[in-house]
Design a protein around this ligand. Structure first.
Ligand SMILES: [Zn+2]
Length: 75
């Protein structure tokens, strides 16, 4: 199917821009194209959602605490 093939080519091109899109670094046509692609591409919309969650969790905990603080296991 020609349309599916075209969508795949679009996917390969735009997938690399999803990160910049989530960061709000895209403007104009590029932003619109990625937005339109996210609406029809399950893989890219899932990827964008995952990036948003990661960035959100990084933002909500600016002071990163290590999971196993050194010296915390001392008796
Ligand atoms: Zn895609």
């Amino acid at each position: 199917m020609a349309q599916g093939c075209r969508q795949r080519a679009e996917h390969l091109r735009l997938h690399a821009l999803v990160g910049a899109y989530v960061d709000g670094e895209l403007t104009g046509m590029r932003r619109a194209r990625v937005a339109a692609h996210l609406a029809v591409c399950f893989a890219c919309s899932g990827y964008a959602e995952a990036l948003r969650l990661i960035k959100q969790s990084l933002r909500s905990s600016p002071h990163r605490t290590p999971p196993c603080p050194a010296g915390d296991t001392r008796p």
